[in-house]
Design a protein around this ligand. Structure first.
Ligand code: FE
Length: 187
């Protein structure tokens, strides 16, 4: 018994080190979405129009958005750019939570309306509320598509296609950079 105790005591520092490594690994894995959410909230600190509760429609000039948004977000959201397929942060992300407009905080999609699409952009079959988005005809690049814009700030989000899964058959093909993901609270 004494021998066992001696072995345990001699190796105690190793057990503690192993425990710390396991604990830090688990923390890093489980906290990833929260850290990301915190980071995005910090990014939105200088955006006076960002609110996840205020649904008042915004009328903010192109010039003013340019001063507020990051160049990458401004290019997609206000200049109708498109991020490269398979490069955005959410195209293959399946965390549980809510997606908001990255420009103004408008609630757009729930994660349970997200589906795996091979297109390389985050895809949803329905919005959180009918008025969450508005739609414009888009004839750019020699195509006829339906552009999806935020219903609150009219920022460009992506396009909608009719090749989605049931129950709606629609595919909201979005740019990751135009979305803020907020994970559900841990229960
Ligand atoms: Fe918006």
């Amino acid at each position: 018994m004494k021998k066992l105790e001696k072995i345990f005591t001699e190796n105690l520092h190793r057990y503690i080190a192993a425990f710390i490594v396991i604990f830090l690994t688990i923390s890093a894995c489980t906290n990833q979405p929260t850290d990301q959410s915190k980071m995005e909230q910090k990014d939105n600190k200088n955006n006076p129009y960002y609110s996840r509760t205020d649904t008042t429609k915004l009328q903010v000039s192109h010039e003013e958005w340019k001063k507020i948004l990051s160049p990458e977000l401004f290019e997609v959201a206000r200049n109708k750019g498109t991020e490269r397929a398979f490069t955005g942060k959410y195209w293959d992300y399946d965390g549980l939570g809510t997606y908001y407009c990255a420009v103004c905080g408008n609630e757009l999609f729930r994660s349970d309306a997200k589906f795996s699409s091979s297109c390389g952009w985050p895809s949803f079959f329905e919005t959180r509320r009918p008025e969450a988005c508005i739609y414009h005809e888009d004839h750019s690049h020699g195509m006829h598509r339906i552009e999806v814009l935020c219903g609150r700030c009219e920022s460009h989000l992506g396009h909608i296609f009719d090749d989605g899964p049931p129950p709606t058959g629609q595919r909201y093909c979005m740019n990751s950079i135009s979305l803020d993901f907020v994970p559900d609270e841990k229960k």
